[in-house]
Design a protein around this ligand. Structure first.
Ligand code: NAI
Length: 274
């Protein structure tokens, strides 16, 4: 059987599509975020990876990115804090002088049936997954609007499209990202037109969402194997997805040539929502 290993997948997408671009990826040092950083770096981008707590892991990941010969840095911050978001974006602007691509990837789950869900479980998940994307986008957008170019990619979820038992908080946060994405996309486009910075042949300022299905990362560690088996049986392709399979859509949307794609939700889910 022909297989494609990770190294081959990574090298097959290497290129210079994002040369001279600076990207900030929240939750960028593990799982899907780490795969996004690798893939953006593979396209020549300078990569700033956000992380919340694990400094050692962040430093190890930084060395990995540097081995890809990428210019890279790691930035600690809690996306649920508006102040941290502002500081993190400003650190990147100070370090590199620009921010071209923001990927709002940081996310958490606190799964419980609704009747057992404490108010705090609800607020916590909304604060990280949805408010975090809002706080980060607000600061980044100000800079991108000034320059007249940029890319924002929000990592939502199939659960935002379909709902899921035990995930009312998570599903609401991920559905919320669709409205956030489309409204930001409209505002960005309108603002550029109004300020005379919209250029028919230019890079533009786009905002899109990616909605992964179930992807093999530490986030699924809390899901019992029996439940994962059931999920697999509902996926036409018969398997969970891999982080790099999400990352390739992010670097595609981030490219200058994707200027005519905005306000969209890109599914990467093995056909689960067909
Ligand atoms: P993960 O748990 O491995 O990574 C989550 C990342 O978010 C970590 O790097 C973590 O440090 C960061 N993070 C968490 N709270 C934070 C905070 N308050 N401030 C800053 N960073 C924080 O999970 P995974 O799977 O890589 O998830 C990445 C994104 O993809 C999440 O938004 C998740 O909801 C989404 N997603 C994941 C799916 C999956 O099946 N694994 C499916 C669909 C979407």
């Amino acid at each position: 059987m022909a297989t494609v290993d990770t190294a081959e997948r990574t090298s097959s997408v290497a290129g210079a599509k994002l040369k001279d671009r600076v990207a900030l990826v929240t939750g960028g040092t593990r799982g899907i975020g780490a795969a996004i950083c690798r893939s953006l770096a593979n396209q020549g981008a300078t990569v700033a990876a956000g992380y919340s707590r694990d400094k050692d892991r962040a430093e190890t990941f930084l060395r990995e990115l540097e081995q890809l010969e990428a210019t890279a840095s790691v930035h600690q911050g809690n996306v649920a804090s508006a102040e941290d978001c502002k500081r993190t974006v400003n650190e990147v602007l100070e370090q590199y002088g620009r921010l071209d691509i923001l990927v709002n990837n940081a996310g958490i789950t606190v799964d419980k049936p609704v009747l057992k869900m404490a108010d705090d479980d609800w607020y916590k998940v909304l604060a990280v997954n949805l408010s975090g994307a809002f706080f980060m986008s607000k600061v980044a957008l100000e800079h991108m609007l000034e320059r007249g170019t940029g890319r924002i990619v929000n990592i939502s979820s199939i659960v935002g499209q379909m709902g899921n038992i035990g995930q009312t908080n998570y599903a609401a946060s991920k559905s919320g990202m669709f409205g956030l994405t489309r409204s930001l996309a409209r505002e960005a486009a309108a603002n550029l037109q109004k300020s005379g910075k919209a250029d028919e042949h230019g890079i533009g300022l786009t905002v899109n969402a990616v909605a992964p299905g179930f992807i093999e990362t530490e986030m699924l560690d809390t899901v019992p194997e029996k439940v994962l088996d059931k999920i697999r049986s509902q996926i036409p392709l018969g398997r969970l997805g891999r982080p790099d399979e999400v990352a390739r859509v992010v670097h595609f949307l981030s490219a200058d040539a994707s200027a005519y794609i905005t306000g969209q939700v890109w599914a990467v889910n093995g056909g689960q929502d067909m």
